[in-house]
Write a protein that binds this ligand. Structure first.
Ligand code: B12
Length: 297
């Protein structure tokens, strides 16, 4: 179904001339034309201008609103519009302020606020800066509050699910994904339910134009061995938040996996392990991205 400028203008209660200006200046407008050259908006085009209108209505400069609207695919747009009070975080809000607000929202079970803050900081700063500067410190505080009995596990679950939704939506906003023959597998260690860093990594890889296979939490060592034997990926990244031991079954997998696969281990759970030719450790999201980029060429 396609719509003319007049119908869209009355549907959104905005002047037709404003819609034409958004199209001319910011390239936010109809993606279809009739044979006679008349502009026609699809439903997705209308969602994009609706978001643009909403952001401008909340004080965002049109250029910034257009950047946000352009950065979202159909799912991202739908989730942004579904959140009633969708706002961008202010340019001058520090990571510490945003983390404070996020903890407050987690304690109040305010999912919409958590999602807004996370979506806003991801869009404003990009995933590596947002993850390292705001999300990791906030998660560490949440974990510490939980271990002191000051925050319920339900608030931690709620925050995690909001993070999953928004990091995934941000990942989907990157269009060009090219593996160039290489393959990257991301998994959490056996029995480890912590998987948020894998999503941050998936997102940062997408930002760098790289696709990956995300296996998620609690992946048995044998399953990784099977994947390595069948797919012969360039990189298998394994995350561990919980402590692993020296007799972990994974070390046998590492011994059995040879070139072309390199195993990269990240997270505080891994004990120090002397270098194996196909094993590397990584200390941060940024350094993991650099390692993976170097490995896949
Ligand atoms: C979210 C969360 C959960 C969620 C996970 C949801 C999900 N989808 O991932 C849920 C609620 C499921 C959960 C469950 C549990 N959790 Co939990 N959880 C956390 C929390 C708050 C964040 C986890 C995370 O993503 N960490 C990643 C970043 C934020 O933290 P970090 O690893 O310390 O970061 C450092 C480095 O790793 C590095 N870094 C950061 N990001 C990246 C990215 C890459 C790629 C690299 C290489 C490095 C890197 O920089 C940081 C600075 O040095 C942590 C708190 C914490 N400090 O981690 C607790 C925490 C990990 N959980 C903990 C515990 C105990 C549990 C449970 C056992 C609780 C229970 N009784 O049910 C279960 C685990 C069950 C299981 N079998 O796995 C403890 C672990 C303590 C320990 N060392 O043993 C922690 C530390 C909380 C605490 N302070 O006590 N958890």
């Amino acid at each position: 179904m396609f719509w003319g400028v007049g119908s869209v203008a009355s549907r959104l209660d905005v002047a037709a001339s404003t819609l034409r200006t958004w199209e001319r200046r910011y390239d936010v407008g109809p993606t279809h034309r009739t044979a006679g050259g008349h502009r026609r908006y699809s439903e997705a085009d209308i969602e994009r201008v609706t978001l643009m209108q909403r952001l401008i209505g909340r004080g965002a400069p049109p250029m910034e609103a257009a950047r946000v609207a352009h950065g979202l695919d159909a799912d991202g747009l739908a989730s942004a519009l579904a959140t009633d009070d969708f706002v961008d975080v202010g340019a001058d809000l520090s990571h510490e302020d945003i983390a404070d607000a996020l903890l407050q929202a987690a304690r109040a079970y305010d999912s919409a606020r958590i999602r807004n803050l996370v979506a806003g900081v991801l869009r404003r700063d990009g995933v590596i800066e947002a993850w390292t500067g705001m999300i990791v410190p906030a998660l560490v505080r949440i974990g510490d509050d939980w271990s002191r009995g000051e925050m319920g596990i339900e608030a931690e679950h709620l925050t995690s699910e909001c993070l999953v939704a928004e990091i995934r939506a941000h990942t989907r906003s990157f269009a060009t994904i090219d593996l160039g023959g290489a393959s990257i597998v991301l998994a959490s260690a056996e029995d480890d339910m912590h998987s948020l860093p894998l999503l941050a990594l998936e997102c940062a890889l997408a930002e760098a134009g790289l696709a990956c296979h995300l296996l998620g939490a609690r992946i048995p060592a044998e399953a990784l061995a099977n994947m390595a034997a069948t797919l012969r990926p360039t990189v298998i990244f394994i995350w561990a938040s919980l402590p692993r031991t020296d007799d972990d079954r994974l070390w046998q997998v590492v011994e059995s996996v040879g070139p072309p696969t390199t195993m990269v281990l990240g997270g505080p759970g891994w004990p120090h392990h002397d270098g194996h030719q196909t094993l590397k450790a990584s200390a941060s999201l940024q350094s993991t991205i650099e390692q993976i980029r170097a490995l896949v060429g």
